[in-house]
Every structure is written in C-alpha cells, then in structure tokens.
Design a protein around this ligand. Structure first.
Ligand code: SDX
Length: 391
C-alpha cells in the first residue's frame, strides 16, 4: 500500500496452522476426516461415529461406539434454569442469536469442569456440547413458535431425537420416519468439520487465549452466522424464492456475473474448493431420497437443478471454478423436513460442533501460544496532535 509492497488481503487471512483432523484438496474435490473420505463416512457411518472419529482419531469398535453413543444420548437434557434464560429472548429473536447466548451460558452450568489443563474436564465439556446442541437448537425453535419444549428421548437416534424435539408436542407424538432421521443424521455428518474455515479458525483463536470451551464454541457460532459462511444455506432458499421461476434463472445468472451488482449465486463458490464440493454430491443424492420419500415435487428443487446445470455450463463460472457447495442443496432438504429457514444455520452449527471441539482439543492438548495475527499498517504516518480550536 505504501509502495514498498502490495497488500494481499487474501494472504493475511489465510495464515496456516497444523492439524491432523481434516484434509481438503480443493482442486480435486477431496475431503478426508482422519483419512476417511466424507462420501464413505456419510453413506456407511453415522454422525456419532464421525464425532468419535474427529475427537479420537480412529473409528470406534462396537463396544466403543455403544459406550460413546450411550454417554452422549444420556446427557441430552439441559439444566432447567437454561429454560428460564431462554425465555428472556423475544419470540422473534433469530435462533442463531439465541444459540450464541445459550452455548456461552453453558459455561456457568459447568463451572466445575472448566479447567482446560485437566483432560477429564476437556472430555466432559466436549461430550456435553455434542449432547446438548440439538436440545438447545430445538428449544430455540419451540420458543419461536410458542410451543412447550420437548424433552429429549434416549431411545431415539441422534437425528431422530432432534426431529422429535423439534416437532413433537405434549398433545401429539412425532413419529420418526427412519428415512428422514437418517437424512438428518447425514446432514449433521456432512457439516461435521471442514479444516480451518472461518468459524473453526475463530474457535481456535478464542481457545488460544485459554477461554473455556463453551465460550470458544459460542464464538464459532457467531462467526458461522454470516451469509458468506454458514448463513449461505438460508441465503440459498431466499435466492430460490427470489428467482421464483425457471424462466428467470438466466436473469439472475447475469446478475451474478455483473461486477456492479452485489448479487452472488448463494451456494456456489468456495474459498478452497475449485472443483465440486464432495459434500454437495452427497447432499444432492440425499435431497432426491428425502423428496422421493415424502412425495414432494418441490419447484425450488427444479429451479436449483436447472440453475446448477446452467451455471456448470457457463464460462464465467467455469473460468472461476465456481461449483455448488455444501449449502446448495441442504436448504431444500431441511425445508422438506419441515424445518424453517431461520433454523438452517443452527443445524449447520449443530453438525459442526464436533469439528470445532476436535480443533479446540487438538490445540489445547498440545503446546500452543495465544493467536496474534499480524497486520500490514496502511494508515497515516506519525503526526502531532492539533488542538480543537485549530481544527
Ligand atoms: C461455507 O471455508 C469453508 O470451508 C466454509 C464451508 C465450511 O464447511 O465451513 O465450506 C462452508 O461457508 C461454504 C460457502 C458458502 N457461501 C456461499 O455459498 C456464499 C456464496 N459464495 C460466495 O460468497 C463465495 O464463493 C465465497 C465467499 C464462498 C468464496 O469467496 P471468494 O473466495 O472471494 O471467491 P473466489 O475468490 O473463489 O472468487 C473468484 C471469483 C471472483 O470474481 P473475479 O473477481 O475473479 O472476477 O468468482 C466470483 C468472485 O467475485 N464469485 C462469484 C461467486 N463466488 C465467487 N460470483 C458469483 N456468485 C458466486 N457465488
């Protein structure tokens, strides 16, 4: 900026750090969790197995899986005083605002397990976050619709329990459809971790100061909220609504290419993937399965598929290696499951919790120093103060 060297904002924002958890090859569209391809984990495994893999580095055997799943499911209830705290939010509060508050507040209920130098405390807080995120998420939804909170059930799967807490009422049981419960579980799995994305880097930076894990995860939730990051799935649905009809797709593709127009095709492009996001392929298949199971002929899905086809043939997008990302189809599935748009990023945060915790734990368990990104100063040079009567 001052003529000595050019300032590359991209460089400053992509400082590297070391990790053994997730590997991404953006050019080849590869995503591995502890060496296992996401496509195989999503199809062959389940979310709690992937949580175990991210936290401990290996897939659990049958006994380890049973013990881990049982421990997570038996701690899904939250302290009753959290209910009073939640009731302080306006009914129309965005659920991500509620989640930032609730998860940060968890540290005041686990104050006896916040010694981050104590491995047992680290395990307790890691497991309790995985246990309680779906319960808090469902409570945020119930608060917004004025319905009573539903207690978790230990006899259901992680995905099925979440759908139960979202849609059951004291008057009517929610019959968990196994296809939909499996789809919910797969959506959590596809969001479980993604290397040093904006929200995970936020969690690591917060953790590097020695902040407690609940505060660190709350900072990750805040970072995820933005439309360029986790808020994109909500933005995709709003974009499909705005397009409204297949006949208007070309008009919006032209807007996305117009540098003077701030419009971007939500769900397209990625900071790292310059090829298909492997999660998007699994998400697209899951979308077809869910809509098929529910017999839904969703016009937004038709618009999405046509938009994808046009964009993949358009040289602007080809030249810039812009492909559908994980958010492009997830919103359509969540809408088909009956989940309101405002809850989409909350679901992303729930799925991303094991990844955030695994990165926090990896950093805290080793030797680390407080993060301190350096800056390239481009402000005024040194100058003397000017008294008010001379300005
Ligand atoms: C997630 O980091 C992660 O891993 C994140 C994530 C995770 O799991 O944690 O994968 C989750 O955040 C996925 C991304 C969700 N966001 C969106 O779908 C929002 C829409 N996408 C864009 O905002 C954008 O693509 C970003 C933010 C995702 C990436 O932005 P970049 O890095 O600035 O994009 P780029 O450098 O690759 O862009 C290259 C060119 C630019 O044009 P030129 O200056 O070269 O002419 O492509 C253009 C961009 O303007 N471009 C788009 C576009 N995305 C980039 N043009 C139109 N529509 C788009 N969506």
């Amino acid at each position: 900026a001052n003529g000595v060297f050019t300032y590359d904002p991209g460089f400053v924002s992509t400082a590297a750090c070391e990790s053994k958890i997730t590997y991404i090859d953006g050019d080849k569209g590869v995503l591995l969790h502890r060496g296992y391809p996401i496509e195989q984990l999503a199809e062959e495994s389940d979310f709690l197995e992937v949580c175990y893999l991210l936290l401990y580095g290996e897939l659990p055997n049958a006994a380890e899986k049973e013990q881990f799943s049982s421990m997570v499911m038996k701690h899904t209830m939250v302290h009753e005083q959290m209910v009073e705290f939640l009731k302080g939010f306006r009914r129309d509060a965005h659920p991500m605002a509620i989640m930032c508050g609730l998860v940060g507040a968890l540290s005041s209920f686990y104050h006896d397990s916040l010694d981050i130098t104590n491995e047992t405390h680290r395990q307790i807080t890691a497991h309790r976050l995985i246990s309680k995120m779906p319960t808090l998420a469902a409570m945020a939804y119930k608060h917004s619709v004025g319905q009573p909170f539903m207690y978790p059930r230990n006899d259901l799967s992680y995905g099925g329990n979440f759908l139960h807490m979202m849609f059951a009422t004291p008057c009517e049981e929610y019959k968990v459809n196994p296809v939909l419960a499996r789809a919910m579980d797969k959506i959590f799995t596809l969001h479980a971790d993604h290397e040093q994305n904006a929200s995970t880097s936020t969690v690591r930076l917060a953790g590097s100061s020695g902040a407690n894990p609940f505060a660190c995860i709350a900072s990750g939730i805040a970072a995820l909220w933005g439309p360029a990051h986790g808020g994109a799935n909500e933005a995709v649905l709003k974009m499909l609504d705005e397009i409204g009809d297949e006949s208007r797709i070309e008009e919006f593709v032209a807007k996305a290419k117009d540098k003077n127009d701030p419009f971007r095709l939500m769900g397209f492009g990625h900071r790292v993937y310059k090829n298909f996001d492997p999660r998007a392929k699994v998400m697209k298949k899951t979308c077809d399965e869910v809509l098929g199971e529910l017999g839904i002929n969703d016009p937004q899905l038709r618009i999405a598929k046509r938009l994808e086809q046009i964009a993949l043939e358009d040289e602007y997008f080809i030249d810039r290696q812009l492909y559908p990302n994980v958010d492009f189809y997830s919103g359509i599935i969540l809408k088909a499951l009956g989940i309101p748009v405002e809850m989409f990023t909350v679901i992303f945060a729930t799925g991303r919790t094991p990844g955030w915790i695994a990165h926090w734990h990896e950093m805290i368990s080793g030797s680390y120093r407080i993060g301190r990104p350096r800056q390239l100063y481009t402000g005024p040079e040194k100058r003397d103060f000017v008294p008010l009567d001379q300005r």
